[in-house]
Design a protein around this ligand. Structure first.
Ligand SMILES: NC(=O)C1=CN([C@@H]2O[C@H](COP(=O)(O)OP(=O)(O)OC[C@H]3O[C@@H](n4cnc5c(N)ncnc54)[C@H](OP(=O)(O)O)[C@@H]3O)[C@@H](O)[C@H]2O)C=CC1
Ligand SMILES: CC(=O)N[C@@H](CCC(=O)OP(=O)(O)O)C(=O)O
Length: 316
Protein backbone atom coordinates (compact mmCIF):
# COMPACT_ATOMS: atom_id res chain seq x y z
CA UNK A 1 0.00 0.00 0.00
CA UNK A 2 1.27 3.47 -0.91
CA UNK A 3 0.78 5.67 2.16
CA UNK A 4 -0.85 9.08 1.61
CA UNK A 5 1.03 11.91 3.34
CA UNK A 6 -0.39 15.42 3.72
CA UNK A 7 1.93 18.21 4.86
CA UNK A 8 -0.24 20.96 6.32
CA UNK A 9 1.98 24.06 6.02
CA UNK A 10 3.98 22.64 3.12
CA UNK A 11 4.92 26.13 1.87
CA UNK A 12 6.64 27.06 5.15
CA UNK A 13 10.27 26.56 6.13
CA UNK A 14 9.89 23.18 7.85
CA UNK A 15 7.24 21.91 5.41
CA UNK A 16 9.33 22.70 2.35
CA UNK A 17 12.32 20.79 3.68
CA UNK A 18 10.14 17.77 4.45
CA UNK A 19 8.76 17.88 0.90
CA UNK A 20 12.27 18.00 -0.51
CA UNK A 21 13.30 14.98 1.55
CA UNK A 22 10.25 12.98 0.46
CA UNK A 23 10.61 13.74 -3.27
CA UNK A 24 11.21 10.55 -5.21
CA UNK A 25 9.84 8.17 -2.56
CA UNK A 26 7.83 5.34 -4.08
CA UNK A 27 6.41 3.98 -0.85
CA UNK A 28 4.35 7.10 -0.27
CA UNK A 29 2.34 9.73 -2.08
CA UNK A 30 2.44 13.34 -0.93
CA UNK A 31 -1.04 14.78 -1.37
CA UNK A 32 -0.73 18.51 -1.88
CA UNK A 33 -3.08 21.38 -1.27
CA UNK A 34 -3.61 23.93 -4.06
CA UNK A 35 -1.58 27.06 -3.35
CA UNK A 36 -4.70 29.26 -3.29
CA UNK A 37 -6.42 26.96 -0.78
CA UNK A 38 -3.55 26.64 1.73
CA UNK A 39 -5.64 28.22 4.48
CA UNK A 40 -9.07 27.02 3.32
CA UNK A 41 -10.53 25.15 6.28
CA UNK A 42 -12.72 22.80 4.22
CA UNK A 43 -9.88 21.82 1.90
CA UNK A 44 -7.47 21.26 4.79
CA UNK A 45 -10.12 19.15 6.51
CA UNK A 46 -10.65 17.07 3.39
CA UNK A 47 -6.93 16.38 2.96
CA UNK A 48 -6.30 15.79 6.66
CA UNK A 49 -8.99 13.12 6.63
CA UNK A 50 -7.76 11.62 3.36
CA UNK A 51 -4.20 11.20 4.65
CA UNK A 52 -2.75 8.13 6.31
CA UNK A 53 -0.25 10.41 8.01
CA UNK A 54 -0.56 14.20 8.30
CA UNK A 55 2.56 16.22 9.09
CA UNK A 56 1.70 19.60 10.61
CA UNK A 57 4.23 22.38 9.94
CA UNK A 58 2.18 25.23 11.29
CA UNK A 59 2.08 27.74 14.14
CA UNK A 60 0.72 26.22 17.38
CA UNK A 61 -2.88 27.47 17.04
CA UNK A 62 -3.18 26.29 13.45
CA UNK A 63 -1.74 22.89 14.46
CA UNK A 64 -4.40 22.54 17.17
CA UNK A 65 -7.01 23.49 14.57
CA UNK A 66 -5.74 20.81 12.17
CA UNK A 67 -6.00 18.13 14.84
CA UNK A 68 -9.56 19.23 15.62
CA UNK A 69 -10.45 18.89 11.93
CA UNK A 70 -9.61 15.17 11.87
CA UNK A 71 -12.89 13.29 12.15
CA UNK A 72 -11.80 9.74 11.41
CA UNK A 73 -9.89 7.47 13.75
CA UNK A 74 -7.24 6.46 11.25
CA UNK A 75 -5.24 9.55 10.21
CA UNK A 76 -2.00 9.55 12.17
CA UNK A 77 -0.27 12.85 12.94
CA UNK A 78 3.26 14.20 13.30
CA UNK A 79 3.08 17.75 14.64
CA UNK A 80 6.18 19.97 14.28
CA UNK A 81 4.82 22.72 16.53
CA UNK A 82 5.07 23.21 20.29
CA UNK A 83 1.34 22.57 20.80
CA UNK A 84 1.40 18.96 22.03
CA UNK A 85 4.96 18.29 23.12
CA UNK A 86 4.21 17.92 26.83
CA UNK A 87 0.73 16.45 26.32
CA UNK A 88 0.77 12.97 27.91
CA UNK A 89 -1.61 11.60 25.27
CA UNK A 90 0.97 12.35 22.55
CA UNK A 91 4.20 10.44 21.94
CA UNK A 92 7.35 12.55 22.02
CA UNK A 93 9.20 12.16 18.73
CA UNK A 94 12.81 12.07 19.91
CA UNK A 95 13.62 8.49 18.93
CA UNK A 96 17.06 8.38 20.61
CA UNK A 97 15.74 9.60 23.96
CA UNK A 98 15.38 6.10 25.42
CA UNK A 99 15.53 2.49 24.31
CA UNK A 100 11.73 2.23 24.09
CA UNK A 101 11.06 5.44 22.19
CA UNK A 102 11.62 4.04 18.69
CA UNK A 103 8.91 1.44 19.23
CA UNK A 104 6.61 3.94 20.94
CA UNK A 105 6.84 6.24 17.89
CA UNK A 106 6.36 3.35 15.46
CA UNK A 107 3.09 2.41 17.20
CA UNK A 108 1.80 5.90 17.94
CA UNK A 109 -1.12 7.67 16.36
CA UNK A 110 -0.08 11.17 17.55
CA UNK A 111 3.60 12.12 17.54
CA UNK A 112 4.91 15.49 18.74
CA UNK A 113 8.12 16.31 16.88
CA UNK A 114 10.70 17.79 19.26
CA UNK A 115 11.71 21.45 19.32
CA UNK A 116 15.07 22.37 17.89
CA UNK A 117 16.51 23.83 21.12
CA UNK A 118 15.21 21.06 23.41
CA UNK A 119 16.89 18.33 21.37
CA UNK A 120 20.43 19.52 22.14
CA UNK A 121 19.69 19.77 25.86
CA UNK A 122 17.80 16.48 26.13
CA UNK A 123 20.43 14.64 24.08
CA UNK A 124 23.20 15.95 26.34
CA UNK A 125 21.55 15.58 29.72
CA UNK A 126 18.93 12.86 29.87
CA UNK A 127 21.42 9.94 29.78
CA UNK A 128 23.55 11.67 32.44
CA UNK A 129 20.57 12.26 34.73
CA UNK A 130 19.42 8.66 34.24
CA UNK A 131 22.94 7.42 35.06
CA UNK A 132 22.83 9.63 38.21
CA UNK A 133 25.94 11.49 37.12
CA UNK A 134 23.99 14.77 37.07
CA UNK A 135 21.24 15.30 39.67
CA UNK A 136 17.78 16.31 38.40
CA UNK A 137 17.85 19.43 40.57
CA UNK A 138 21.22 20.65 39.27
CA UNK A 139 21.00 24.35 38.22
CA UNK A 140 21.36 23.86 34.46
CA UNK A 141 22.36 26.73 32.17
CA UNK A 142 21.82 26.19 28.46
CA UNK A 143 23.32 28.40 25.80
CA UNK A 144 23.28 28.10 22.02
CA UNK A 145 23.34 29.79 18.65
CA UNK A 146 20.85 29.05 15.85
CA UNK A 147 20.68 30.05 12.21
CA UNK A 148 17.89 32.50 11.46
CA UNK A 149 15.70 29.92 9.65
CA UNK A 150 14.87 28.77 13.21
CA UNK A 151 12.45 31.71 13.29
CA UNK A 152 10.60 30.55 10.13
CA UNK A 153 9.65 32.58 7.06
CA UNK A 154 9.30 35.81 8.99
CA UNK A 155 12.79 35.77 10.49
CA UNK A 156 14.29 34.64 7.19
CA UNK A 157 12.70 37.67 5.49
CA UNK A 158 13.97 39.97 8.24
CA UNK A 159 17.56 38.75 7.97
CA UNK A 160 17.69 38.47 4.19
CA UNK A 161 16.00 41.86 3.72
CA UNK A 162 18.10 43.81 6.21
CA UNK A 163 20.95 45.99 5.00
CA UNK A 164 23.00 45.15 8.10
CA UNK A 165 21.53 42.09 9.82
CA UNK A 166 22.55 41.45 13.42
CA UNK A 167 25.53 39.11 13.67
CA UNK A 168 24.73 37.96 17.20
CA UNK A 169 21.26 38.47 18.64
CA UNK A 170 20.52 37.08 22.12
CA UNK A 171 16.78 36.78 22.83
CA UNK A 172 14.27 35.32 25.32
CA UNK A 173 16.11 37.17 28.08
CA UNK A 174 12.93 37.16 30.14
CA UNK A 175 13.75 33.47 30.68
CA UNK A 176 10.26 32.27 29.77
CA UNK A 177 10.96 30.63 26.41
CA UNK A 178 8.19 28.28 25.19
CA UNK A 179 10.59 25.32 25.06
CA UNK A 180 11.35 25.25 28.81
CA UNK A 181 8.60 22.80 29.89
CA UNK A 182 9.63 20.37 27.14
CA UNK A 183 13.31 20.62 28.11
CA UNK A 184 12.65 19.97 31.80
CA UNK A 185 10.21 17.11 31.22
CA UNK A 186 12.27 15.04 28.79
CA UNK A 187 15.71 15.80 30.23
CA UNK A 188 14.22 14.68 33.60
CA UNK A 189 15.07 17.96 35.34
CA UNK A 190 13.02 19.13 38.28
CA UNK A 191 14.48 22.62 38.12
CA UNK A 192 13.83 24.88 35.11
CA UNK A 193 17.01 25.42 33.04
CA UNK A 194 18.33 28.95 32.58
CA UNK A 195 18.18 29.23 28.79
CA UNK A 196 20.04 31.88 26.80
CA UNK A 197 19.47 31.44 23.03
CA UNK A 198 21.16 33.48 20.32
CA UNK A 199 20.39 33.92 16.60
CA UNK A 200 23.39 34.33 14.29
CA UNK A 201 23.62 35.79 10.80
CA UNK A 202 23.59 32.44 8.97
CA UNK A 203 20.57 30.61 7.62
CA UNK A 204 20.74 27.14 9.06
CA UNK A 205 22.47 25.04 11.72
CA UNK A 206 22.94 25.25 15.45
CA UNK A 207 25.41 24.63 18.26
CA UNK A 208 24.45 24.46 21.93
CA UNK A 209 26.27 23.86 25.21
CA UNK A 210 25.59 22.83 28.79
CA UNK A 211 28.36 23.81 31.25
CA UNK A 212 28.69 21.59 34.34
CA UNK A 213 30.48 22.28 37.63
CA UNK A 214 31.38 18.70 38.53
CA UNK A 215 32.26 19.56 42.14
CA UNK A 216 28.53 20.16 42.74
CA UNK A 217 27.69 16.51 41.96
CA UNK A 218 27.26 14.09 44.88
CA UNK A 219 29.89 11.78 43.42
CA UNK A 220 32.24 13.80 41.28
CA UNK A 221 32.38 12.28 37.77
CA UNK A 222 35.37 12.63 35.45
CA UNK A 223 35.01 13.84 31.88
CA UNK A 224 35.56 10.27 30.76
CA UNK A 225 32.67 9.10 32.99
CA UNK A 226 30.34 11.60 31.30
CA UNK A 227 31.57 10.62 27.86
CA UNK A 228 31.19 6.89 28.59
CA UNK A 229 27.61 7.33 29.84
CA UNK A 230 26.63 9.22 26.68
CA UNK A 231 28.47 6.84 24.34
CA UNK A 232 26.91 3.78 26.01
CA UNK A 233 23.41 5.26 25.84
CA UNK A 234 23.52 6.11 22.14
CA UNK A 235 25.33 2.88 21.18
CA UNK A 236 22.32 0.98 22.57
CA UNK A 237 19.74 2.89 20.46
CA UNK A 238 18.87 1.22 17.14
CA UNK A 239 19.56 3.44 14.10
CA UNK A 240 20.65 6.38 16.25
CA UNK A 241 21.27 9.66 14.45
CA UNK A 242 22.91 11.00 17.62
CA UNK A 243 26.67 10.52 17.64
CA UNK A 244 29.13 11.02 20.46
CA UNK A 245 32.48 12.38 19.23
CA UNK A 246 35.53 10.49 20.51
CA UNK A 247 36.66 11.92 23.84
CA UNK A 248 40.20 12.85 22.83
CA UNK A 249 39.41 14.38 19.47
CA UNK A 250 36.61 16.38 21.08
CA UNK A 251 39.05 18.21 23.33
CA UNK A 252 41.47 18.78 20.47
CA UNK A 253 39.16 20.01 17.72
CA UNK A 254 36.86 22.84 18.66
CA UNK A 255 36.41 23.57 14.92
CA UNK A 256 33.85 20.75 14.88
CA UNK A 257 31.53 23.06 16.84
CA UNK A 258 30.77 25.05 13.70
CA UNK A 259 26.94 25.20 13.88
CA UNK A 260 26.64 24.57 10.13
CA UNK A 261 28.70 21.39 10.01
CA UNK A 262 25.67 19.05 9.89
CA UNK A 263 23.49 21.11 7.56
CA UNK A 264 21.38 19.00 5.23
CA UNK A 265 21.76 15.93 7.45
CA UNK A 266 19.83 14.38 10.31
CA UNK A 267 22.93 14.01 12.49
CA UNK A 268 23.34 15.45 15.99
CA UNK A 269 26.88 15.18 17.39
CA UNK A 270 27.62 15.48 21.10
CA UNK A 271 31.06 16.54 22.35
CA UNK A 272 32.34 16.25 25.90
CA UNK A 273 35.00 18.78 26.97
CA UNK A 274 36.39 18.56 30.49
CA UNK A 275 39.14 19.50 32.90
CA UNK A 276 39.13 17.00 35.77
CA UNK A 277 41.57 19.06 37.85
CA UNK A 278 39.23 22.02 37.74
CA UNK A 279 36.19 19.73 37.96
CA UNK A 280 34.50 21.45 35.04
CA UNK A 281 32.92 20.10 31.86
CA UNK A 282 30.84 21.25 28.89
CA UNK A 283 28.55 19.01 26.83
CA UNK A 284 28.10 20.53 23.39
CA UNK A 285 25.64 19.54 20.65
CA UNK A 286 25.86 20.40 16.95
CA UNK A 287 22.99 19.79 14.50
CA UNK A 288 20.84 21.31 11.78
CA UNK A 289 17.75 23.14 13.11
CA UNK A 290 15.95 22.01 9.95
CA UNK A 291 17.55 18.54 10.03
CA UNK A 292 17.44 16.73 13.35
CA UNK A 293 15.94 19.93 14.79
CA UNK A 294 12.74 19.74 12.69
CA UNK A 295 12.29 18.39 9.16
CA UNK A 296 14.82 15.55 9.40
CA UNK A 297 13.38 14.39 12.71
CA UNK A 298 9.87 14.50 11.21
CA UNK A 299 10.98 12.24 8.33
CA UNK A 300 12.75 9.93 10.82
CA UNK A 301 9.48 9.65 12.75
CA UNK A 302 7.51 9.16 9.53
CA UNK A 303 9.83 6.28 8.57
CA UNK A 304 9.31 4.67 11.97
CA UNK A 305 5.53 5.02 11.71
CA UNK A 306 5.55 3.55 8.19
CA UNK A 307 7.86 0.73 9.27
CA UNK A 308 10.40 1.46 6.54
CA UNK A 309 14.19 1.78 6.83
CA UNK A 310 15.13 4.40 9.41
CA UNK A 311 17.46 6.19 7.00
CA UNK A 312 15.10 6.52 3.99
CA UNK A 313 15.43 10.09 2.57
CA UNK A 314 17.85 11.07 5.34
CA UNK A 315 21.50 11.99 4.93
CA UNK A 316 23.49 11.15 8.07
N1 LIG B 1 12.10 26.64 11.60
C1 LIG B 1 12.60 25.77 12.45
O1 LIG B 1 13.84 25.61 12.57
C2 LIG B 1 11.70 24.96 13.31
C3 LIG B 1 10.33 25.10 13.31
N2 LIG B 1 9.55 24.32 14.14
C4 LIG B 1 8.09 24.51 14.21
O2 LIG B 1 7.49 24.11 12.98
C5 LIG B 1 6.30 24.88 12.76
C6 LIG B 1 6.45 25.57 11.42
O3 LIG B 1 7.56 26.44 11.52
P1 LIG B 1 8.26 27.10 10.27
O4 LIG B 1 8.19 26.18 9.13
O5 LIG B 1 9.57 27.58 10.73
O6 LIG B 1 7.29 28.35 10.05
P2 LIG B 1 7.00 29.20 8.72
O7 LIG B 1 6.45 30.47 9.20
O8 LIG B 1 8.20 29.22 7.86
O9 LIG B 1 5.87 28.34 8.01
C7 LIG B 1 4.60 28.17 8.57
C8 LIG B 1 3.63 27.93 7.43
O10 LIG B 1 2.34 27.73 7.98
C9 LIG B 1 1.40 28.47 7.19
N3 LIG B 1 0.20 28.75 7.98
C10 LIG B 1 0.07 29.62 9.01
N4 LIG B 1 -1.18 29.57 9.50
C11 LIG B 1 -1.87 28.68 8.75
C12 LIG B 1 -3.20 28.21 8.74
N5 LIG B 1 -4.10 28.64 9.63
N6 LIG B 1 -3.55 27.26 7.82
C13 LIG B 1 -2.66 26.80 6.92
N7 LIG B 1 -1.38 27.23 6.88
C14 LIG B 1 -0.98 28.16 7.77
C15 LIG B 1 2.17 29.71 6.82
O11 LIG B 1 1.59 30.37 5.74
P3 LIG B 1 1.81 31.96 5.58
O12 LIG B 1 3.26 32.18 5.44
O13 LIG B 1 1.04 32.29 4.35
O14 LIG B 1 1.26 32.57 6.81
C16 LIG B 1 3.54 29.12 6.48
O15 LIG B 1 3.61 28.67 5.16
C17 LIG B 1 6.19 25.89 13.90
O16 LIG B 1 5.30 25.41 14.87
C18 LIG B 1 7.63 25.95 14.44
O17 LIG B 1 7.65 26.32 15.78
C19 LIG B 1 10.08 23.34 14.90
C20 LIG B 1 11.43 23.15 14.94
C21 LIG B 1 12.36 23.98 14.18
C1 LIG C 1 15.79 31.07 16.18
C2 LIG C 1 14.39 30.96 16.71
O1 LIG C 1 13.67 31.93 16.83
N1 LIG C 1 14.00 29.76 17.07
C3 LIG C 1 12.68 29.50 17.59
C4 LIG C 1 12.48 28.04 17.78
C5 LIG C 1 12.28 27.28 16.54
C6 LIG C 1 11.74 25.93 16.88
O2 LIG C 1 12.33 25.06 17.41
O3 LIG C 1 10.48 25.82 16.75
P1 LIG C 1 9.57 25.19 17.84
O4 LIG C 1 9.28 26.27 18.79
O5 LIG C 1 8.40 24.66 17.18
O6 LIG C 1 10.35 24.12 18.49
C7 LIG C 1 12.47 30.12 18.96
O7 LIG C 1 13.42 30.24 19.71
O8 LIG C 1 11.30 30.34 19.30
Amino acid sequence: MVAKIFIDGEAGTTGLQIRERLAGRRDLEVISIDADKRKDLDERKRLLNAADIAILCLPDDAARESVSLIENDTTRVIDASTAFRVDPSWTYGFAEMSKDQTDAIAQARFVANPGCWPQGLIAALRPLVEARLVPGDYPISYHGISGYSGGGKQMIAEYEGAATPSQYMPYALTFVHKHLPEMALYAKLNRTPLFEPVVGNFAQGMATSVPLHLDLMAEIPSGRDLHAALADHYAAIPDSFVRVAPFDSATAKTATLDPQVHNGTNTLTLHVFSNDERQQAVIAAVYDNLGKGASGAAVQNLNLMLGVGARESLAA
